[in-house]
Design a protein around this ligand. Structure first.
Ligand SMILES: Cc1ncc(COP(=O)(O)O)c(C=O)c1O
Length: 405
């Protein structure tokens, strides 16, 4: 036992036992769903002490502030992101990835400037461009792979309070140097927040590169089964208090419900196993796509000629995942044809589920966006986004092969 305790924790073990309650009064093996909106106090004094933050036998009051099932999922995701840093980490669960992201941004950059990666998930981008300015938050876009530009922006704008990044950019799969950017940001007194949804802690852990706050859409790989919408924030212990993040979540009201938290725990049990298979399948599918005559370009973090392969070598661990974008020679028409021909992959937005999902942004998610704006964000007419699942790679490839004929 002593040997075991001294051993370094692994994601495999954290995740397989994710649903084990820590102090369940009935000794439940699997965490129960505390499906309750409120919690009772034994007497007025217990309630008074709880709300006065004095030592109280009561631990919970109302599920918008905290709930045992939600708290277990929060701690597991925090343990995963904090696996290789010496400090303790803490997490917060949200009703969606966007609730996590917007709550984090509002807490970290009130009335200030944000330096944001130019290519971001569509709703994050829309929030920064359209909603944030109404709260006096000014947003400057930057290519984070241009470190000189990042440094200059920070030097020339000392009111930048937050640098916002995605660990793997969507859909270009670009990877920036989180450690270098964080050093520059911290020198200027700015925080760094990283959306780690595509990479997950299996492939990247932004906290160990110095980042301050990590965001997730738990809807994706962390749940893995496509059964919920959820989000999370993770930071070193003390950071949430420092930025008053718990108050922001309490009052914006974006906490996850207990059932979604429980589904997250159920999904996390097989996280390591799933990620290993996403890796194997992603590599096989990418190899098939490289040689296909109908495809002009492929974006995959495992490509030997990926523009950021040097950073990927040092920053990415445990393989390259299952996210692949590729460009068809025939543009919009070719993209629509492929969508209508796939039989095995599910024609659906989202990503990170055990089954393969495929989508064509120009005719689906981004069809209402003007073509020139789409192009400038790297969303070309022939771009297909593939979330490679854990089925047999041969079945995925056979389907793509017939759809591309
Ligand atoms: C990278 C990334 N971040 C955030 C989100 C938003 O997550 P949710 O849909 O759970 O709000 C998504 C959704 O697709 C995403 O792909």
């Amino acid at each position: 036992m002593e040997m075991l305790l001294k051993q370094k924790k692994t994601l495999e073990s954290i995740c397989a036992r994710a649903d084990h309650p820590r102090n369940d009064p009935y000794g439940s093996h699997v965490m129960p769903i505390y499906q309750t909106s409120t919690f009772t106090f034994k007497n007025a004094e217990e309630g008074r002490r709880f709300f006065a933050h004095e030592d109280s036998s009561a631990t919970h009051s109302y599920s918008r502030l905290g709930n045992p099932t939600v708290e277990l999922a929060e701690q597991i995701i925090a343990d995963m992101e904090g696996l290789d840093i010496s400090e303790k980490t803490e997490g917060m669960l949200f009703g969606s990835g966007m609730a996590a992201i917007t709550t984090g941004i509002m807490a970290l950059a009130p009335g200030k400037k944000i330096l944001a990666q130019e290519t971001l998930y569509g709703c994050t981008s829309q929030f920064l461009q359209e909603n944030a300015p109404r709260f006096n938050i000014e947003v400057m876009n930057i290519n984070p792979n241009d470190l000189d530009a990042v440094e200059n922006a920070l030097k020339n704008h000392d009111d930048i309070s937050l640098v916002y990044l995605e660990s793997i950019a969507n859909p270009t799969m670009r990877v920036c140097d989180i450690e270098q950017i964080t050093k520059l940001a911290h020198k200027s007194g700015a925080f760094v927040m990283v959306d780690n949804t595509f990479a997950t802690p299996w492939h990247m852990r932004p906290l160990n590169r110095g980042a301050d706050l990590v965001a997730h859409s738990t809807t994706k790989y962390l749940n893995g089964h496509g059964t919920l919408i959820g989000g999370a924030l993770v930071a070193r212990k003390g950071f949430f208090d420092h930025c008053d993040l718990k108050t922001y979540r309490k009052n914006f009201g974006g906490i996850a419900g207990p059932f979604e938290a429980w589904l997250t725990l159920m999904g996390l049990k097989t996280f390591a196993l799933r990620m290993k298979q996403h890796n194997i399948n992603g590599k096989k599918v990418a190899e098939f796509l490289y040689n296909h005559p109908k495809i002009s370009q492929i974006w995959y973090t495992g490509s030997a000629n990926h523009p950021d392969s040097e950073i990927i070598k040092t920053q990415m661990i445990n393989g390259y995942g299952g996210m692949i974008s590729f460009e068809l020679h025939g543009g919009l028409e070719a993209g629509i044809k492929v969508m209508n021909r796939v039989k095995f992959a599910s024609l659906a937005v989202s990503l990170g589920t055990v089954d393969t999902l495929i989508q064509h942004p120009a005719s689906m998610t981004h069809a209402i966006v003007k073509p020139e704006i789409r192009e400038s964000a790297g969303i070309t007419d022939g771009l297909i986004r593939l979330s490679v699942g854990i089925e047999s790679a041969e079945d995925i490839i056979a389907d793509l092969n017939q759809a591309l004929q």
